[in-house]
Design a protein around this ligand. Structure first.
Ligand SMILES: Cc1cc2nc3c(=O)[nH]c(=O)nc-3n(C[C@H](O)[C@H](O)[C@H](O)COP(=O)(O)OP(=O)(O)OC[C@H]3O[C@@H](n4cnc5c(N)ncnc54)[C@H](O)[C@@H]3O)c2cc1C
Length: 438
């Protein structure tokens, strides 16, 4: 466990683990170092929610399936996220309608609801143990103007896409959060939270039970097309595969330059407080909901599944930084909302790469046997298991795998080669707008 001494808010001798809080969980297994098969029907690169969910489908349908993970299980976003489950199609229905026409726009927007339903069913109907809590989310308004706009939005939801939303005025806000930081807000009752690592392990088990082989610490190095499929070079030798799925999301690299040019990796940073006590956390967030707010630079926090801690996340720096270096800033952001926590110790700090796309939609598809599924724009907890399932079905030729996103152009930009040099100025501009309350 790496550790540093914290300045400002923390005693010098208090170490902070530079690993996700979720990975302290005693149920995290070590995968067996199985020999690689010489040949499979489906080879999946990346063992996050997307890859494992797809593997479950391909192996259930009888395809021999190998999933390769470059790091340890949970090395990507799926082992280090905030575990917040919300409606996650970013563009508004109006924007989608302008781009894709009314019918397709509605179908795309609806995929966001279907993704939430799928995860809910995995947890509640299938009993996938992921600490599913149907606790809802409080969406705090950063300014009175934001509150007015949010109210209008809640009162005018598109027919057929309604979510259960309550409007909370500032005077009643203490029932949601022990803070006056927000100018009222909305409660999204259908939102939920999960333990991210347990969700990942649940998906791993489902894939393995169906016969998929999941191997970690094995990087795919090169994918060569050949007759009838692919030859994939890995750090542990070559494997032939009839079909390949690229499920590398924000970790897409030189292996597939085409995908790398289409996803923008953005660091998201999190901290966990020391155990504060269930009663204290309940005072801070009485309904135990997830909290997000209306600022452009994203902020998200929640109680830990055991109700003892606050897990707080957001964008801590203009450029990417060591997560430990971001602790003072994230702590300052947390104590802006909860000055009561000024003396609380931080025990963990970590980060991961989410994948934005230029149209802020996820993308999935195929190029002659090479499949891909990625680009959840920081909201893959519901989207990745769902679209992973769909792409797995598509790989096996199952028509149930069709989605409203199929065939959408997956655009890059001439100025973009996979290194988002424009990120720091964009974050600075957004931060300035947030500070001005615009
Ligand atoms: C700090 C943080 C907080 C977040 N909070 C939330 C949240 O609260 N709610 C929400 O909806 N979303 C959240 N997200 C986003 C969410 O976690 C992701 O969208 C989702 O996990 C993506 O899953 P994935 O399987 O597509 O990608 P990942 O889980 O990132 O998996 C991709 C994997 O591919 C592997 N890989 C890459 N290249 C290779 C190679 N050549 N060979 C083998 N393996 C390779 C990587 O090691 C990685 O493990 C958060 C993300 C972060 C980082």
């Amino acid at each position: 466990m790496a550790g540093v001494a914290m300045s400002e808010t923390q005693a010098l001798d208090a170490p902070i683990a530079a690993t996700p809080y979720w990975q302290d969980d005693p149920v995290v297994p070590t995968l067996a170092a199985a020999p690689l098969p010489a040949q499979v029907d489906v080879l999946i690169v990346g063992a996050g929610y997307t890859g494992l969910s797809a593997a479950r489908e391909t192996s259930s349908a009888g395809g021999s399936t190998l999933v390769l993970e470059a790091g340890a299980l949970g090395a990507g976003c799926s082992g280090r996220n905030g575990g917040q489950v919300a409606y996650s199609i970013k563009p508004s229905l109006a924007t989608l309608t302008a781009q894709h026409g009314a019918q397709r726009a509605f179908a795309i927007a609806r995929e966001g609801l279907l993704a939430m339903e799928y995860l809910r069913a995995l947890a509640l109907d299938e009993g996938l143990a992921c600490d599913w809590r149907a606790n809802g989310c409080y969406f705090g308004a950063h300014t009175p103007r934001h509150f007015a706009a949010m109210q209008r939005q809640a009162e005018n939801q598109p027919p057929g896409l309604e979510q259960r939303i309550s409007i909370v005025g500032r005077a009643d806000q203490r029932g949601e959060i022990d803070s006056d930081f927000y100018h009222g807000g909305l409660v999204y009752h259908d939102d939920a939270s999960v333990h991210p690592m347990r969700l990942l392990l649940g998906l791993l088990r489902r894939a393995e039970e169906r016969g998929a082989l999941v191997v970690d610490h094995c990087r795919a190095l090169h994918i060569a097309r050949e007759r009838g499929g692919f030859d994939v070079a890995t750090t542990r030798g070559n494997v032939k595969a009839r079909k390949v799925l690229v499920a590398t999301n924000g970790y897409s690299g030189p292996l597939t330059p085409w995908h790398r040019r289409r996803v923008i990796p953005i660091g998201s940073y999190q901290i966990a407080t020391e155990p504060l006590g269930v009663a204290r956390v309940r005072e801070l967030i009485p309904q135990q909901r997830n909290i997000v707010d209306s600022r452009r630079v994203v902020v998200y926090f929640r109680p830990s599944p055991d109700g003892e801690r606050i897990i707080y996340g957001g964008r801590a720096a203009l450029a990417e930084r060591d997560p430990l270096a971001c602790v003072p800033r994230l702590t300052a952001m947390l104590t802006q909302v909860f000055p009561q926590l000024t003396s609380a110790r931080i025990t963990h700090a970590w980060a991961g790469w989410v994948a934005y796309t230029f149209d802020t939609l996820p993308h999935l598809g195929e190029d002659d046997g090479l499949f891909y599924c990625m680009g959840y724009c920081g909201q893959g907890v519901p989207l990745a298991p769902y679209f992973g399932r769909r792409i797995g079905q598509q790989i096996m030729g199952n028509p149930d795998g069709r989605t409203a996103l199929d065939g959408l152009a997956f655009a890059s930009r001439p100025y973009y080669r996979g290194v988002p040099w424009f990120l720091a100025p964009s974050v600075l501009a957004y931060r300035t707008l947030d500070r001005l309350g615009l």
